[in-house]
Design a protein around this ligand. Structure first.
Ligand code: A3P
Length: 325
């Protein structure tokens, strides 16, 4: 029997099985043999029990803040490179492995009552994320928030402008959403990032190929914005967290901000920063009309998915569907 030296052998291996170059991390604690050879110092308790997956601009930060108000719910330490989110499953960080990921989480003091979670808003629409999450965290619960995809696209565009994205500053919203195939690659990229997360049905179907419906919670973002205490009750029920935290007493509507905020013990309120709940002009009619055509079929598909799951349609979706009739 002949064999190559280790490095050459590895090269040969990946030449033969190139599809395995992209690793997929499974939980070492789900297989006895893996657990037995794992270091004694390591634990699977430092992995999240649930994920808030986005999409961006639907109210994910508000949900994140509200969740953290619960004494038994904890999130990861911030990632300085990605504006606080870990974004482990969606990018190259994934190749850093599960130790890298676990180091972002505290050791829970009580593994059954404590709930660790991560919020990375770009997970929702990513091709590879559901498969990766299902491999490492097969029992994790997944929370997504949906608002009218046209409003989401507009909010996202405004977000890019305030971060001084040169393409978003150069082109109007209408120019971005209606850009043609011959447009510059930067404009087409911005357009994709603006519009594709709003293909809600397609993304949800992808999550459902890896997770049973009972592990997926779809929140109406408009409802989260108008009646957060009610939604937080639903979220707590879905997670099975106990004791329940009384959000009706802990949240207060701030008329200046125009949003619900945390009521602190001191009597002061803590709202999200200026970059959440931004002030910008309402969407122009031309863009609104363009987007309602653009998202028509996606929204119809979404209503079918929700119907199949036995979930009520969000009010914005009912309204949108009435308009397309
Ligand atoms: P706008 O800034 O466009 O109004 P995300 O955190 O996912 O990026 O979402 C940001 C959006 O959350 C905001 O978009 C805002 O409309 C919405 N939102 C919902 N509830 C909020 C709250 N209590 N405080 C601030 N923004 C909230």
């Amino acid at each position: 029997l002949q064999t190559l030296p280790p490095l050459q052998l590895a090269r040969k291996y990946f030449e033969l099985f190139s599809e395995q170059k992209d690793p997929i991390w499974q939980s070492p604690c789900d297989d006895r043999r893996h657990k037995d050879i794992w270091s004694r110092d390591k634990t699977c308790d430092r992995l999240p029990k649930f994920l808030v997956v986005g999409p961006q601009k639907t109210g994910t930060t508000a949900l994140y803040l509200f969740l953290l108000m619960h004494p038994y719910i904890m999130s990861n330490f911030p990632n300085p490179k990605t504006f606080e989110e870990v974004q482990f499953f969606s990018g190259n960080y994934y190749h850093k492995g599960i130790d890298w990921y676990m180091n972002f989480f505290p050791y829970p003091s009580n593994t059954s009552s404590d709930f660790l979670f991560e919020k990375s808003a770009n997970y929702f629409s990513s091709e590879e994320v559901p498969k990766r999450v299902a491999a490492l965290l097969p029992r994790a619960k997944i929370i997504t928030i949906l608002i009218d995809p046209s409003d989401r696209a507009y909010s996202w565009y405004q977000h890019q402008r305030s971060h001084e994205d040169p393409t978003a500053l150069k082109f109007s919203f209408y120019e971005v959403i209606s850009a043609h195939n011959k447009a510059s690659s930067q404009l087409k990229l911005l357009q994709r990032k603006c519009l594709v997360p709003g293909w809600y049905a397609a993304h949800i179907e992808r999550w459902l190929t890896y997770f049973p419906p009972s592990q997926l919670l779809i929140i109406d973002g408009q409802h989260l914005r108008s009646e957060p205490a009610l939604i937080m009750e639903e979220v707590q029920r879905f997670l099975g967290v106990s004791p329940r935290y009384n959000y009706s007493e802990a949240l207060t509507f701030n008329p200046q901000k125009g949003f619900w905020c945390q009521l602190l013990d001191s009597g002061k309120t803590k709202c999200l920063g200026k970059n959440k709940g931004r002030k910008y002009p309402t969407m122009d009619l031309e863009s609104r009309t363009f987007l309602s055509h653009y998202y028509r079929d996606h929204n119809i598909e979404l209503s079918k998915v929700l119907h199949r799951l036995g979930q009520p349609l969000p009010s914005w979706l009912r309204q949108v569907l009435q308009e397309v009739r």
